[in-house]
Design a protein around this ligand. Structure first.
Ligand code: CDV
Length: 340
C-alpha cells in the first residue's frame, strides 16, 4: 500500500508543495545602520589623522544610537593603485598596507566603538604575514570582535603601466583576488560584504544571497572618469545606484553603499553613498562629497517579504539551467559553439 505524505511532511522537503497564501512578515528584527562616507585622503595624510576623522563620524553615530557603521573601501589611506611603482619604490608601497588589525592606529577605533556599542565594517589594504596582499573588508561586532573578513573578488583595472591613462588603476598589480563570498551571522541577521567593482556584478549579490545574506555592506572608490570609455562618465551616479538597487531587490536584502568621494590627489571620485531596502528603494543618502554620516532604521525581517515570495530561491530558481554561469567565463556566440 502506498501512502501519500502529509502536507507538512511534503513541504519540509519540497517548497513547491507548500500551501500558497499571503505572506506574513515574520517577527521584526530592527537595526539602526549608517553609511560613513569619507572625503578625499591625501597621499601624505597620516593614519592618525584618518582615524580621527573616522572617530568623528563614529561619535555622531553614537549620539544617534546607531548600531552598525560602514566605512568605505581602502578607508585608511589614499587610493594608492592610481600610482605605478617599478624598481626603486618611491611610493613606499608597503606603507599603504596594514599588517595587523587592529594595529597601532586603528586600536583607538576598535576601543571607542566597543565603548559605544557600535559595530563597524572597514575596508583596508592587507599584507598578510606570509606576504599576500588583499583589498580587504572586515566586519566587527558591537563587542569589538572581528566576526568576518572578505577579500575583494573582482579586481578592476590593469597590471602594467598604461601611459595613455590620465591616472593608473593598478589594483590587479597590487592585490590578489579573493576566492569566495562568505556570509556571517551577526547583528541579528546574516551579513555579507563586497567591495567596489564587485557591486557591478550580479553574481556577487546572488552568491551572498545564497549564503543567506540579508544585509550587504559595500565600500567603493569610483573615479568619475572611466578611461577605457569616457562616455560612461556622466552615468557614474546612475550606474552606481542601478546596480546596488537591482542587487537589493533581486535578492531581497538591504544594501549599504559607501564611498570615498571627492577630489583626491587630482582624481575626482563619486560620492553618492546610500542605503537601499529590499524593495530596491533608497532609504538614506548623503548630501555632500566629504566626510558625512547617514543613518536609517531597518528591519531585517522585511527581507522575507521578497525571499519568501517572488524570490523564494528554493522554489523558483533553476540552477540546472544556469550552468553557463559557473562553467564559462567569456561569452560564446552560437557560431563559435563547438558542436561535437
Ligand atoms: N575601486 C574600484 O573597484 N573601482 C572601479 C572602477 C575602476 C571602475 C569601480 O567599479 O568603481
Amino acid at each position: 500500500m502506498t501512502t501519500s505524505p502529509t502536507a507538512s511532511e511534503t513541504s519540509a522537503h519540497d517548497p513547491d508543495a507548500a500551501a500558497t497564501g499571503a505572506h506574513e512578515t515574520p517577527v521584526s528584527r530592527p537595526l539602526r545602520i549608517a553609511a560613513a562616507q569619507m572625503g578625499p585622503i591625501a597621499r601624505h595624510e597620516s593614519r592618525a589623522s584618518v582615524v580621527n576623522r573616522m572617530l568623528f563620524l563614529l561619535e555622531e553615530a553614537g549620539r544617534n544610537r546607531v548600531e552598525l557603521v560602514v566605512y568605505p573601501e581602502l578607508t585608511l589611506t589614499t587610493f594608492f593603485p592610481r600610482w605605478y611603482v617599478e624598481g626603486e619604490d618611491d611610493l613606499n608601497l608597503d606603507s599603504f598596507y596594514e599588517t595587523e588589525m587592529p594595529g597601532p592606529d586603528t586600536q583607538r577605533l576598535f576601543d571607542r566603538a566597543k565603548i559605544l556599542g557600535i559595530g563597524f565594517a572597514l575596508g583596508y589594504a592587507e599584507l598578510t604575514p606570509d606576504g599576500h596582499r588583499y583589498n580587504t573588508q572586515i566586519l566587527v561586532e558591537r563587542d569589538g570582535s572581528v566576526v568576518g573578513k572578505y577579500h575583494k573578488v573582482h579586481l578592476p583595472g590593469h597590471r602594467e603601466y598604461e601611459p595613455w591613462r590620465e591616472f593608473q588603476h593598478l589594483e590587479r598589480r597590487y592585490f590578489e583576488p579573493g576566492h569566495d563570498f562568505p556570509t556571517f551571522e551577526a547583528f541579528g541577521g546574516v551579513v555579507g560584504m563586497a567591495t567596489c567593482n564587485d557591486r557591478r556584478w550580479p553574481e556577487t549579490y546572488r552568491c551572498l544571497a545564497l549564503g543567506g545574506a540579508e544585509l550587504i555592506l559595500i565600500g567603493y572608490n569610483t573615479p568619475k572618469h572611466y578611461a577605457p570609455d569616457p562616455s560612461q562618465n556622466p552615468l557614474q551616479g546612475f550606474h552606481n545606484r542601478l546596480v546596488m538597487q537591482s542587487g537589493a531587490y533581486q535578492n531581497g536584502c538591504y544594501v549599504v553603499g559607501v564611498a570615498k568621494g571627492g577630489l583626491e590627489e587630482g582624481v575626482d571620485s563619486l560620492a553618492e553613498s546610500c542605503i537601499i531596502a529590499p524593495t530596491g528603494q533608497i532609504v538614506a543618502d548623503v548630501r555632500t562629497e566629504g566626510d558625512e554620516l547617514t543613518w536609517v532604521d531597518i528591519d531585517l525581517a522585511v527581507c522575507a517579504n521578497y525571499t519568501q515570495t517572488l524570490f523564494q530561491f528554493d522554489r523558483y530558481r533553476r540552477p540546472e539551467v544556469y550552468t553557463r554561469i559557473t562553467t564559462q567565463k567569456g561569452a560564446i556566440r552560437p557560431s563559435e559553439e563547438s558542436h561535437g
